[in-house]
Design a binder for this molecule. Structure first.
Ligand code: ZN
Length: 128
């Protein structure tokens, strides 16, 4: 099994409803995002997938979030824009694009959202 990882960043504001702590009031983070894709076999050029294609897909998805007030996005009207739920959203947006771009050979394995250098939330598919 092979795995590739690409990273990118986005900046956004949020506040967490029904949370009593540092994230209760409106503030921003510079999220650092890691996306991992996996494939059982390489393609005929010896690649899991072109890094550039994965980066482009991640960039397109992060564009949906960059410089936004996350609480106002439709996706976060009910679910809090926690790093956990941000990882889920990025995963759900990326997964079909990775599948399509690789014609089903490569799958998105996980998305990690670091809200600072010591705190990271990861959402992963259920497979090993
Ligand atoms: Zn926060």
């Amino acid at each position: 099994m092979f795995e590739l990882k690409v990273t990118n960043r986005f900046a956004a504001a949020h506040n967490l409803r029904e949370f009593y702590g540092r994230c209760e009031d409106l503030h921003g983070h510079n999220w650092f995002v890691e996306a991992r894709v996996r494939a059982e076999e390489l393609d005929k050029t010896g690649l899991v997938m072109d890094f550039g294609v994965i980066k482009k897909i991640l960039h397109e998805v992060l564009d949906l979030l960059d410089h936004k007030y996350l609480n106002e996005l439709e996706y976060f009207k009910t679910d809090n824009p926690s790093s956990e739920n941000i990882a889920v959203l990025i995963f759900q947006e990326m997964a079909p694009r990775i599948t399509e771009a690789s014609e089903g050979r490569v799958r998105l394995h996980s998305v990690s959202a670091w809200e600072n250098e010591s705190s990271c939330a990861t959402y992963a598919d259920g497979q090993a």
